[in-house]
Design a protein around this ligand. Structure first.
Ligand code: ACM
Length: 509
């Protein structure tokens, strides 16, 4: 290539890939909004900018404070939140509206030279719009110290709302334990990409992670182990409530999971009476699955389940409890069905609805129950035949613990290698014949942690694939395509770096 041609193509590349910071249609937003129109103007945040609220809603004020706090470290501006009696003509204006098109989680963002106007039917919608504002600002906004930057936001109109009501991220804290601070970072990541559900896998063979006051040995004994012999750990109910509140402030619902009747060795090691033979098992620190089962015939098992669900329901404001049910290979099929039916009744008796992994479709499910499709589409179809909806988290597409490729230093590959394109470039309604839009309540990205030991490991596996799953959950299918996504995604490498995240190096994938 001659030199001139080289520079010309570099400029052309930059015009498309680097994004024109004042052309809203070129913004690298993830998830891609429903509609974006540019007006060629731009708004600049300065030390004079004010956030105005035209509603008495305390919740909206809190959302305004969230925005102010978000902008503070990198800009150095302490942006005040003020109640405005009339429609403001300049600054950042947050308000509640009544606009059918936005549904409960949507927002409308209008930006011109004087004003950023952000409206939602709910404070939640406005909160999602704030994530968009964040992504419209230069990547330096993510810095924790003052940056010399021009804090410009491209002008125009965005109308946006989600495709699916359920958009989840799961973290397994049983195989390896993660601190309250680590879990909060994970929740922040979910919120940044408009994910609204945190599925918290709290118990498994290798560890029991939530304090249950009526069964204290669950954490005394069952909380003391993890994969490879680490020291484990658990959350007190106070810590659990703190995380639930932290998530709620980010419009994320926590769904706790107690996996049963299999994946229960930590409980079986803690209480001999939960075992069919009445003998406590040894703690387990390996990574095999399918070998443990609560005793199905003993009455004490159901007392145990009732106590656990009762205590958990009391500290869980969300409407769902996940009762696991996967890989119960050490439980006879008929016993499994008996067990699931009983557990479902217990969950319902405590005022909650049940979610279970797809195997649960073999039981007689209540209409309010949801299955989580991870392995067998036959199970998801069995659920659909019962009128039960599924959360889609097929391992072959959505499991964040699958290695990117054969040289990924952590992760597993039993469902295949999962590169960024494979994880992004699929459409839930076309994935399995016979399972359509009406059968799918939403999408989730699970992260299992057999080989994931630190927050840095979590970051490596979910960044950037979590963003792809977030877009599948939010953006309508006709607006998603890989060629466009990969250009937007490339802008995030720098953002992750500024955030201090150990993201997988993905440019030019
Ligand atoms: C699972 O991956 N065992 C749900």
């Amino acid at each position: 290539m001659n030199k001139n041609l080289f520079f010309l193509s570099a400029i052309l590349f930059c015009l498309t890939a680097c994004g024109d910071k004042t052309d809203l249609t070129k913004a690298a937003l993830i998830p891609q909004p429903v509609s974006v129109a540019a007006n060629g103007e731009a708004f600049k945040i300065t030390n004079k900018t004010v956030i105005y609220i035209t509603s008495e809603s305390d919740e909206l004020k809190q959302v305004g404070q969230f925005l102010s706090d978000l902008l503070q470290p990198a800009t150095g501006f302490s942006i005040p939140i003020e109640q405005a009696a009339n429609d403001p003509k300049n600054g950042i204006w947050l308000s509640l509206t009544d606009d059918k098109e936005l549904k409960s989680e949507g927002y409308r963002l209008s930006v011109n030279k004087q004003l950023i106007k952000l409206q939602g039917n709910t404070a939640e919608g406005v909160f999602h719009g704030i994530q968009t504002i964040r992504q419209l600002l230069p990547a330096a906004i993510e810095a924790k110290s003052i940056q010399q930057e021009s804090w410009i936001i491209a002008g125009g109109e965005i109308l946006d709302y989600p495709e699916y009501v359920y958009r989840g991220g799961m973290l397994d804290v049983a195989r390896h334990f993660f601190s309250v601070a680590d879990v909060k970072v994970y929740i922040d990541l979910l919120a940044s990409y408009k994910i609204n559900t945190f599925h918290w896998h709290l118990s498994d063979d290798q560890g029991w992670r939530i304090e249950i006051k009526s069964w204290p040995k669950l954490t005394e004994i069952g909380g003391s182990s993890e994969v490879d012999g680490g020291k484990g750990g658990f959350y007190t109910q106070e810590e659990y409530k703190d995380i639930v509140a932290y998530a709620a402030a980010r419009y994320i619902t926590v769904i706790p999971e107690i996996d049963m009747p299999g994946h229960t060795n930590a409980a079986l090691a803690s209480y001999a009476e939960l075992n069919s033979d009445g003998k406590a098992t040894e703690l387990y620190t390996g990574i095999k699955v399918g070998f443990s089962s609560l005793s199905i015939k003993k009455e004490i098992t159901y007392q145990f389940v009732d106590d656990v669900i009762r205590e958990l329901a009391a500290i869980t404001p969300g409407e769902y409890i996940h009762a696991g049910g996967d890989e119960s290979n050490a439980t006879k099929e008929e016993d499994y069905i008996t067990f699931v039916n009983k557990v479902q009744a217990i969950v319902l008796s405590h005022g909650k609805k049940m979610i279970g992994w797809d195997e649960m479709a073999h039981a007689s499910l209540d209409k309010s129950t949801i299955v989580q499709y991870w392995a067998r589409e036959k199970n998801a179809k069995l659920a659909a035949e019962q009128g039960i909806k599924a959360i889609f988290s097929p391992a072959k597409k959505a499991y964040m613990d699958m290695q990117y490729d054969s040289i990924t230093p952590i992760g597993l590959h039993w469902a295949g290698y999962l590169d960024i394109k494979t994880s992004y470039d699929w459409e839930p309604t076309l994935l399995e014949e016979g399972l359509g839009r009406e059968n799918i309540i939403g999408i989730e990205a699970p992260l299992w942690t057999e080989t994931i030991k630190t927050l840095s490991d979590i970051e490596y596996m979910v960044l950037p694939r979590l963003l792809g799953i977030a877009e599948i959950g939010w953006t309508p299918a006709n607006l998603r395509n890989w060629d466009n996504y990969k250009v937007r995604l490339n802008e995030y490498q720098q953002r992750f770096k500024i955030q201090g995240f150990n993201a997988y190096p993905f440019i030019n994938e």
